[in-house]
Design a protein around this ligand. Sequence first.
Ligand SMILES: [Zn+2]
Length: 188
Amino acid sequence: MALKRIEREEGIKRTGYSLLSQWTEMSDRKKVEGIRVVKISDGTVIDHITAGHALQVLQILGITGKEDYVVTLAMNISSSKTGRKDIVKLEHRFLEGHEVARVALVAPDATLNLIENGKVTRKTRIQLPDMIEDVITCPNQRCVTNKEREPVTPKFQVVAKDPISLKCHYCWTMVDETDIVAQFTQTK
Ligand SMILES: [Zn+2]
């Protein structure tokens, strides 16, 4: 009898232990699944977006949410690098050069991950150059870049990156993030 009881108690202990380890396993798996939910098989992941700027990135790319591909947005995620960051994942969407240049304006420290077959095939750090050519137009209607006949290619000097501040190379008109985002959402 006594032996049996010990065996049973040990059994309970064992079960308890295995339940505990199972639970730990499950919570680990949950973590992994949590990541997998937003994982995309192919497309673009824009990572390390300045915290709070993910919406501007979507706006600047003309993404409204009415597209037929999955758009995942995560804001204020803790990051070891920058403290907090935003992430945008675009399924089946690959960015063109001029789109990358636009993203750089509102997320100058972002990284672009190209995803193919569930794997990151290319990782590039977005770089905002000191001079931006032919990405945005000058809001000053009288600027040489807005001349109807023989307009000059718009050129802006990057005065500050965070928050972004640009100065027209020709007429010195200042442009901020609100102007930039408005320009790309108006043309849509
Ligand atoms: Zn100008």
